[in-house]
Design a protein around this ligand. Structure first.
Ligand SMILES: Nc1ncnc2c1ncn2[C@@H]1O[C@H](COP(=O)(O)OP(=O)(O)OP(=O)(O)O)[C@@H](O)[C@H]1O
Length: 277
């Protein structure tokens, strides 16, 4: 049985003005359970792609379907609802609310989604526990290290059990140890069935976290490489569940399993099969 795709773009183009398009006719399918990395230099269209998938922006032409919803057809309220229900996002600079405690930050998406208080608190406690940051529940984000803050952001992103986790340079502001920790977290999440789209400049992060990497140049997909990086190598493409795991995920803390190759060029990723488009 084949999984329904989690993300489908068909000839998606985004123009902001009269210049060349920020995204140029991108056709892309991402299976449920897959971890896809999107690489590209600054200005290549990565954020534009992310914004279209999250329904934060609409394509000028083409279609964008995520978890069975045509997000390009949603209005503002519909797209906000869709994000609350189906998308979790983490960012380079965490985007936590500094005047809320860790626990209250994690509870925000549940409150917006109208989850019952008891259920929300149980879910938050589970997530903070599995992410190893429960002792910081009452602290304010500024007291935490970068790696701990990113864990809080991950907990917040997972609160509503999103079908899709979007990670925008999630290790970009972290030292190498915390970055390895967050990379392991993404691997563990993906191993539990979470579909992840990871936007990064970092070839090594892409290689060690994802099963597949696409590269954007001037808004077009110029490479699409499957490789032996991410969790459960290959398993996610055929047999992962079509929605997010329903319980709080369990994470290994030792950061050991990441299969980090040196710093290969994209076509040199281990086990890669490359389709140049
Ligand atoms: N709101 C906007 N209005 C006009 N042009 C935009 C807008 N957003 C992005 N662009 C242009 O679209 C192109 C792609 O930008 P985008 O932000 O998607 O690239 P990126 O790969 O995410 O870059 P970075 O890695 O620096 O974040 C760039 O030429 C950028 O200047």
């Amino acid at each position: 049985m084949t999984n329904a795709p989690m993300i489908e773009l068909a000839e998606a183009t985004k123009r902001y003005d009269d210049g060349p398009p920020a995204l140029a006719g991108v056709t892309l399918t991402v299976a449920a359970g897959e971890c896809l990395a999107v690489l590209g230099h600054s200005g290549s269209g990565k954020s534009t792609l992310l914004n279209l998938i999250a329904g934060l922006d609409r394509p000028s032409s083409g279609t964008v379907t995520v978890d069975g919803t045509r997000v390009d057809q949603l209005g503002e309220a519909g797209s906000a609802r869709f994000r609350r229900a189906s998308i979790g996002m983490i960012f380079q600079f965490f985007n936590l609310l500094d005047d809320l405690t860790v626990l209250d930050n994690v509870l925000v998406p549940a409150q917006l989604a109208g989850m019952g208080k008891g259920e929300a608190r149980r879910r938050a406690a589970d997530l903070l526990g599995s992410l190893g940051i429960d002792r910081h529940a009452k602290a304010y984000p500024q007291r935490l290290s970068g790696g701990e803050r990113q864990r809080v952001a991950v907990a917040r992103a997972l609160m509503n059990r999103p079908a899709l986790l979007l990670a925008d340079e999630p290790t970009g502001a972290l030292d190498s140890r915390s970055a390895a920790d967050v990379r392991q977290l993404l691997l563990d999440l993906n191993a539990e069935g979470q579909t992840i789209l990871l936007v990064t400049h970092d070839v090594e992060l892409a290689a060690s976290t994802a099963h597949r990497t696409i590269e954007l140049v001037d808004g077009a997909v110029v490479r699409d490489v499957e490789h032996s990086g991410g969790a459960g190598d290959g398993a996610a493409r055929g047999s992962a569940p079509s929605s997010a795991p329903s319980s709080a995920p369990s994470f290994s803390r030792d950061g050991g399993a990441a299969n980090a190759p040196g710093l290969p060029g994209l076509s040199g990723l281990p086990g890669s099969t490359e389709a140049v488009r």
